[in-house]
Every structure is written in C-alpha cells, then in structure tokens.
Write a protein that binds this ligand. Structure first.
Ligand SMILES: Cc1ncc(COP(=O)(O)O)c(C=O)c1O
Length: 424
C-alpha cells in the first residue's frame, strides 16, 4: 500500500525541487474525478492543466489508442511515415481558422510547438526577432522561456535569454494596461528597440493561461493582424491552453474573427497523450528546408490515434456548446460569490476557461497571493483540485473537463464556494 507521506519523502529525495508538485499522489482517474493513495476522491478542476477537455480515460480515446497499439507504437515518422498523421494534418488544416491553403506538422509538447512555430516564421521571413507579451507563457525550453513574460519561477536563475526576443505589454485591465496603451507601447517598441522589418513573428495567447486567464480584446487581436500585414510579420496564435473547445469554439481566436498565420495546439489535442501541432499558411509552413523540422517522437502514432478520437468526441458530444454552458454556470456562481466576498477583485474568461482574481482591496487591486494559496489548499482538503495562475499568483483558474456531468460540476462549484467563503 502506497502512502502519501512516504511518497513525499521519496519525491524530495529523488526528484529535483524545481519540479514542483501538488501535495497528493494519484492512483486512478475517471472523467472529472480522481482518487489518491489514501482513497480520497477529488473533483478535478485542473484536468491535467487543460489537457483533459475530453475527461480522464475517455472510452473512445482509450479504444483508439489500444487499436493503434495492436498495429505499431513507433516507427519515427521520418523513417516510416503513416497515413494517420496525414489525416490529422488534413483535419487540422480544415478545422483551424483561415480559408487559405494550410499545412500541419506534429510534435510532442506545447513548448516544442512554440519552438517550431518560431523556427518556421524565422525561416519564412528570414528575419530574427520575435515579439511576445507580458504575462505570456510559452513553455520551459530556452526559447519558450525567453518568450514567456513572467520571471519567477520560469526564468529566474536560468541564464540569459536567446537574442531577438522582445516583450510588449498585454492589454491587462486588472493591471491598468488599456488596449490603447498596449498598442502605443508596441509602436514604441518598433521605434526604440526593434525595426518591424526585422520582426519574424508576433506570438500571442488569445486568452493567456498561466498569465491569469487574461482575454485579449478582439480589437487588439485585429490591430495585431493589421500590424502583421503591414510589416510582413507572421502572426502566431498560441492556443496550447485555450484551444480544442475550451472557450466554446475550437480555437479561442475565432471569437475575435481574426485569422492567424500559424496556430499552435497541444494539451487538449490528444486527451492525455503527448501530441502538439503547428498549423498554418502553406507558404509559411513550407519555408524550412527538408530535414529542418521534426524529431524522433514528433507525431507519435499513439498520440495521433488519440487526437482523432478527441476531435470526433469534441464534435459528436458537442463539447464547444458544453464549454459555453459550463462557463455560464461557473460565471453565475462566481458572480454571486463576488457580491458577498470583497476579496474577489475580478472574474474573467470565456467559455469553460473562467478565473477569479483575489485581491487585498478592491479599490487598489493589490494582489493576494497568500489568500489564493489558502483557497487552493482548503479546496483540496474538501476534495476539489484547483490551480492558481497569474503574474502575481493571485488568480484561481477553473479548467474542468468539458465532459464533466452537471452533478459533478455543481459539486465542484459548491466546494469552491465553501472554500472561498471559509477562507476569504
Ligand atoms: C499557452 C501555452 N503555451 C505553451 C505551453 C507549453 O506547453 P508544454 O508544457 O506542453 O511544453 C503551455 C503550457 O502550459 C501553454 O499554456
């Protein structure tokens, strides 16, 4: 029998402290619930950080994966390619925004998708620079880390960033950054720091994930599209957290009616199996020379089988509509709660990507990271798994699987309500 206390001791003895974990060890999981080593059941509002949009162990995902395992598990796509990769590329080319010719390449993780999107944009434009935004999160590789707009814990102590990365402010109303000022600062960046003709790409999360579920205003995204067109810059939408139905559309940028040149997807794409995709304008995607893109595990047949099942489930179970319903129910609860709890400084999000921000004082909006940590711990003690986020670690993000039943959703929201009322 495994016990959490001894597993925690072993964890600290054999895994580096930089790999932070929650204080529980899972033994099994099903749809929107998981169980720990002590037999405790939790409602899962983390979904493996926005991965399990189709829930833990969706039967159709499991079936697709086990069928694939009967055939082959790995050949390396470069050595012996397979049709399922092509079919997934065709599906993503058709499903992503934009009516132009598109191509897709597959990799394994979100950071790898971001790395490749930037490589492709640099290769297509023959330009070096990339603009990302404050509060952004694009992964933990050297380039992903450089593009990320938050120092601690993602960049602190990890040395100097690769050259050519610039940050502009994200229009974040809770931090007093209006859209107009954000655009002015971006123009100033073009005057003071980097000429737009040297910029290969602008990369933006249409809804920032780790940065605090900040929704980019549609007009801001349209303005970026305009600047990208004006200066021949590749616009990359990083939809690794916001994609695959989470916000009520397959991709969050569709809410703004803006078409990026490249789009990255990962997390929810393969229902718990590692797979990521870069999809975009064929003329841009085709710029790299043969052999310049790919990898040993890039486009695992297991991940691809899972992704086909995920896309079928998203369609057949109408998970985009479901995401909107989950969002409405969550929003109702959070709005009621905010009337009674002054520590709730803001509620924001789209669809089933909702968050609440905790502050010391609504007028000054001073972040309350300590209270946020207390709420997350209290909820876990009551049987609900929550994640915090935000540049000041004072945002609680809600990411239930889109397949969650009404009753488990209600149960999770009730625990959230009780925890906030008890602790705030
Ligand atoms: C928007 C975004 N981009 C990139 C990444 C990096 O993905 P991965 O952790 O799979 O490397 C994440 C992960 O949280 C993300 O949310």
């Amino acid at each position: 029998m495994l016990h959490a206390a001894s597993l925690r001791d072993r964890l600290s003895a054999c895994v580096p402290g930089g790999v932070a974990t929650k204080n529980l060890f899972v033994t099994r999981a099903e749809n929107s619930e998981l169980w720990d080593t002590e037999g405790r059941r939790y409602v899962d509002f983390a979904a493996g950080i926005a991965v399990l949009n189709t829930g833990h162990r969706h039967p159709r995902v499991l079936e697709a994966v086990s069928k694939q395992m009967e055939l082959f598990t790995h050949t390396c796509f470069h050595v012996a390619p397979y049709e399922s990769y092509l079919r997934l590329a065709e599906r993503l080319n058709a499903l992503t925004p934009g009516s132009f010719d598109k191509k897709t390449m597959l990799v394994s993780t979100g950071a790898e998708a971001v790395e490749n999107a930037v490589k492709i944009a640099r290769s297509a434009t023959r330009r070096p620079a990339v603009i990302a935004f404050s509060g952004a999160f694009h992964g933990r590789t050297q380039l992903g880390m450089a593009l990320t707009g938050k120092i601690s814990p993602y960049k602190k102590g990890f040395g100097s960033a690769p050259a050519g990365i610039f940050h502009a402010p994200f229009p974040n109303y809770s931090q007093g950054m209006t859209q107009a000022r954000a655009l002015e600062d971006l123009q100033r960046l073009f005057i003071c720091d980097v000429d737009p003709t040297d910029v290969a790409a602008i990369i933006i999360e249409p809804v920032q994930g780790e940065g605090g579920f900040n929704v980019a205003p549609p007009e801001f995204l349209r303005a970026l599209r305009g600047l990208a067109d004006q200066h021949g810059i590749v616009l990359i939408a990083d939809e690794i957290q916001s994609g695959i139905g989470r916000t009520g559309k397959l991709f969050a940028i569709e809410h703004a009616n803006v078409v990026p040149d490249l789009i990255t997807a990962a997390k929810g794409l393969a229902g718990g199996f590692p797979l990521a995709a870069i999809t975009g304008r064929a003329s841009v995607m085709d710029a790299a020379q043969p052999g310049g893109l790919g990898g040993t595990f890039a486009g695992s047949p297991i991940g691809i089988a899972a992704a086909h099942a995920v896309l079928d489930v998203v369609n057949d179970e109408k998970l985009c509509e479901r995401a909107s319903r989950i969002g409405e129910r969550t929003r109702d609860l959070l709005s009621n709660l905010a009337r009674d709890v002054p520590a709730i400084g803001d509620i924001r999000g789209i669809g089933a990507m909702q968050a609440l921000e905790l502050v010391k004082d609504r007028a000054t909006r001073e972040p309350d990271a300590a209270l946020t940590a207390k709420v997350v711990a209290d909820a876990q003690a009551r049987g609900l798994i929550l994640l915090s986020c935000g540049t000041s670690a004072n945002v609680i993000r809600l990411l239930p699987p889109l397949t969650i039943s009404d009753s488990v959703l209600a149960e999770g929201l009730k625990i959230l309500d009780a925890s906030i009322r008890a602790v705030a």
